[in-house]
Design a protein around this ligand. Structure first.
Ligand SMILES: *[C@@H]1O[C@H](CO)[C@@H](O)[C@H](O)[C@H]1NC(C)=O
Ligand SMILES: *[C@@H]1O[C@H](CO)[C@@H](O)[C@H](O)[C@H]1NC(C)=O
Length: 292
């Protein structure tokens, strides 16, 4: 085969595999200011490269955060984050989606800092109709302070999937038929924040924030949002059912994704509410659906 024909075959083969694997669309990096605004302590956010990279700063006076301008019903949201390096004990860096009402829905990534050289913990949670208590905790298979890694959420009517560098680390299937509320009609905003939580974050609160190491800095870029924008009150989205994340291949994980999720559960899971019989003598109904 001539080399250009060979190249063409490779391209076709990779297109075919892209078509069958249900990896979310490649995120598009947009400048911070297009989709986001600071939430509080505006002077604790630092901007680089014309706003395509930012840093959040935590000192003993305050942490800070930012939020999306819009509210979204369904979609794919991701953020490239480099966690606070070295001694980050007591700090929490968060990336989450939340609706703004009292019986709120929420999809959480929380990164719990640690002493220099000790591993971060990634805690995830899902609130539906104001009810949470669905914590899962994992160690990561890399040091999240050394480089940017991509953390993302896919949310459609069928499932919510948490990804780390495109590897599913958690799935929350729609278990409405089992009596579990599923977020479907309350638009959510995207939030990021860095704050002090040394009353619980590191070794259950035993390790306190060492303020002589302040300021603590978490770095962000790739402010990707591909969602159905709705007003906070509108309980519909006129594109619902028509966007890429609604298509059949995104309604469940594929075999390769289930395999990778099992690998995360087997090798990196520290805590899973599904298996905490002391706290929940009766296992939550969604756990079996999620194969937890
Ligand atoms: C911090 O490191 C300690 C000791 O290795 C470990 O037990 C703990 O799970 C780590 N992470 C957090 C957030 O406490
Ligand atoms: C806090 O940091 C200072 C300066 O690096 C160090 O001397 C001190 O031992 C640290 N304290 C703790 C509790 O780690």
């Amino acid at each position: 085969m001539g080399s250009s024909l060979w190249t063409l075959c490779l391209i076709l083969a990779s297109l075919a595999s892209a078509a069958i694997s249900a990896t979310p669309r490649r995120p598009v990096a947009v400048p911070f200011g297009r989709n986001y605004v600071p939430t509080w302590a505006f002077d604790h956010i630092k901007y680089f490269n014309g706003g395509s990279d930012i840093q959040l700063l935590l000192d003993k006076y305050t942490g800070t955060g930012f939020q999306s301008k819009g509210s979204y019903l369904f979609g794919h949201f991701s953020m490239d984050i480099k966690m606070v390096p070295d001694d980050s004990a007591g700090t929490v860096t968060a990336f989450y989606l939340s609706s703004q009402n009292s019986e709120h829905d929420e999809i959480d990534f929380e990164f719990l800092g640690n002493r220099t050289g000790q591993p971060y913990i990634l805690q995830t949670n899902v609130f539906t109709g104001g009810k949470g208590d669905r914590e899962q905790r994992i160690f990561l298979w890399f040091d999240p302070t050394k480089a940017f890694h991509r953390y993302s959420v896919l949310w459609n009517l069928y499932q919510i999937v948490f990804f780390v560098d495109n590897i599913p680390i958690r799935v929350f299937k729609n278990s409405k038929d089992l009596g579990v509320k599923f977020p479907f009609d309350q638009p959510m905003k995207i939030y990021n924040s860095l704050w002090n939580a040394d009353d619980w974050a590191t070794r259950g609160g035993l390790e306190k924030t060492n303020w002589s190491k302040a300021p603590f800095l978490a770095s962000y870029k790739g402010f990707h949002i591909d969602g159905c924008e709705a007003s906070v009150n509108a309980k519909f989205c006129n594109t619902q059912g028509k966007r890429w994340w609604d298509q059949p291949e995104f309604r469940d994980l594929d075999a390769a994704q289930w395999r990778r999720l099992r690998w995360v559960r087997r090798k990196y899971t520290i805590y899973n509410y599904c298996n905490d019989r002391q706290r929940f003598p009766q296992r939550a109904p969604e756990c079996s659906r999620n194969r937890d």
